[in-house]
Ligand binder design. Structure first.
Ligand code: UDP
Length: 310
């Protein structure tokens, strides 16, 4: 297959590009480098089946030749990024998704949307099945991301229904691994950076809010299986391993030998979801997918990466 991956210089899509190349496919990576970084794909740029195009997919996307699949991963994804660039976040989720769908339709390609657990907002149903409609504040500071992704899902289903386009939607839960941006403000890079510097870990709020973290390789496997499936409804990909932020900070301190403990800080962004854990019954049933990498193993690999870059 010849695959277009938008957001290819970002954390997740760089791993995805690597995987598609390893599986023998040809990859066109596209990114405007607002939050992505060419360092993430520096090891791919000489690959004979990889090409990179710098382009903002909120504007018309032109790709020469055949395209068999479009994987739309371009978007800021960290809460501090949406605060800084809310309009670009809305544009890439709406106009960018429309352009990526239009390209898929024109090329007769399959389309896969990177959606998010944020479509569930601050959920009132726990764990979250795909049938839950969510609890999102459209005008809150997270609204630009959450609503852009909800719009992107609606647009994807509209292309599926109106044009019979082969579409897939993955709802990605918290994911970590090498190539996360050290300063992206999210909990894994923050905690690991602080721990490696011997500083106290900044736990926001009361630290009772929960997340369940998956290692990036497991997510990539889920995405590959979803693309190969014929299932057009959304599928959650994430782990059942739910922790609150105090417990998570303690694990990071233990793994890094950091003695500086934790400190509590006011959450920087309002509307912090209090709980989050996917119901992954559908992923298991439809894709025969389950996470394989334990949190301890995944964190060990991630900490090793951050040791190199801190
Ligand atoms: N968080 C924290 N300390 C930090 C960064 C984040 O306690 O230095 C918390 C944050 O308030 C949230 C959780 O960690 O409850 C996950 O935040 P992240 O930004 O990684 O992703 P989110 O799941 O909120 O999109």
């Amino acid at each position: 297959m010849r695959v277009l991956i938008t957001g290819a210089a970002g954390f997740i899509a760089s791993h995805l590009s690597e995987r598609f190349l390893a599986d023998g496919h040809t990859v066109v990576g596209m990114d405007n480098l607002i939050t992505g970084n060419l360092r993430n794909i520096a090891h791919l740029t000489d690959h004979p089946r990889f090409t990179f195009k710098r382009h903002d997919v909120s504007h018309y996307i032109h790709v020469d030749g055949t395209v068999d699949a479009v994987l739309h991963f371009a978007s800021p994804a960290s809460p501090i990024d949406y605060l800084k660039i809310p309009i670009q976040t809305l544009k890439v989720g709406s106009l960018g998704t429309h352009n990526a769908l239009g390209l898929a339709l024109a090329k007769g390609a399959r389309f896969l949307l990177a959606s998010t657990s944020e479509v569930y907002g601050d959920p009132l149903v726990h764990p979250q099945p795909e049938t839950y409609f969510g609890n999102v504040d459209p005008i809150g500071v997270r609204g630009c991301y959450d609503e852009a992704k909800r719009f992107a899902e609606a647009m994807t289903m509209a292309y599926h229904r109106a044009h019979n386009l082969q579409t897939r939607i993955v709802r990605i839960f918290n994911t970590y691994g090498p190539r996360m941006r050290l300063d992206d403000g999210r909990v894994v890079p923050n905690f690991v950076r602080q721990a490696l510097k011997g500083e106290p870990l900044t736990v926001y709020g009361d630290g009772k809010q929960t997340r369940s973290f998956q290692y990036v390789d497991d997510l990539v496997e889920g995405i590959v299986r979803l693309l190969q499936s014929d299932f057009a409804e959304p599928i959650n990909i994430g782990t059942q391993f739910e922790m609150n932020m105090i417990e998570f900070a303690e694990i990071i301190n233990e793994l890094t030998g950091n003695q500086a403990g934790i400190i509590f800080e006011e959450s920087r962004i309002s509307g912090d979801p209090q709980t989050r854990r996917p119901d992954t019954t559908r992923a298991k049933a439809i894709l025969d997918w389950e996470p394989r990498v334990s949190v301890l193993e995944g964190l060990a690999r991630t900490i090793a990466y951050f040791r190199e870059v801190v």
